[in-house]
Design a protein around this ligand. Structure first.
Ligand code: FES
Ligand code: FES
Length: 152
């Protein structure tokens, strides 16, 4: 079937197989490889993207359900050649090591901060709870989200 949706501000139409996942379309059809594939079963959050303002695991999201949606991937966050303030906060706080989890973490933080200007520690913990990091130990990631919140 052919579906159309908006991704990072651009309207696209793609042919999708019935079993295709949104992750496949984003990475393989559209070449947006900032979205990562980790566990492939909804547990790690590496494949997180924003669909109509909500964080979703694109490895579990059927591509056919993207029809008419508004999607943001990590590539859609930078403002021209400038990185997004949340990305800058991650760099400043040393919250990026291998970087595999980072696109998903940044998008999870974006969804949180779009909804809550001053999130509590608990809000941040909850917002990042579906995103796993094997490297940083979370403290620096949480500090980055706090820093990004302060800059708004
Ligand atoms: S790859 Fe989708 S949640 Fe892990
Ligand atoms: S920075 Fe390596 S998994 Fe998070």
């Amino acid at each position: 079937m052919r579906i159309s949706f908006k991704i990072n501000g651009k309207k696209v139409s793609v042919d999708v197989a019935p079993e295709a996942r949104l992750l496949d379309i984003i990475r393989d059809e559209l070449g947006l490889t900032g979205t990562k594939e980790g566990c492939s079963k909804g547990e790690c959050g590496a494949c997180s993207v924003i669909v109509d303002g909500e964080l979703v695991n694109s490895c579990l999201f059927p591509a056919s359900q993207a029809e008419g949606r508004v999607i943001t991937t990590i590539e859609g966050l930078s403002l021209g050649d400038k990185i997004h303030p949340i990305q800058k906060a991650f760099i400043d706080e040393g919250a990026v090591q291998c970087g595999f989890c980072t696109p998903g973490m940044v998008l999870a933080a974006k969804v949180l901060l779009d909804k809550k200007r001053n999130p509590s520690e608990e809000d941040i913990k909850k917002a990042l709870s579906g995103n796993l990091c094997r490297c940083t130990g979370y403290t620096k990631i949480k500090n980055a989200v706090k820093k990004a919140a302060k800059k708004r």
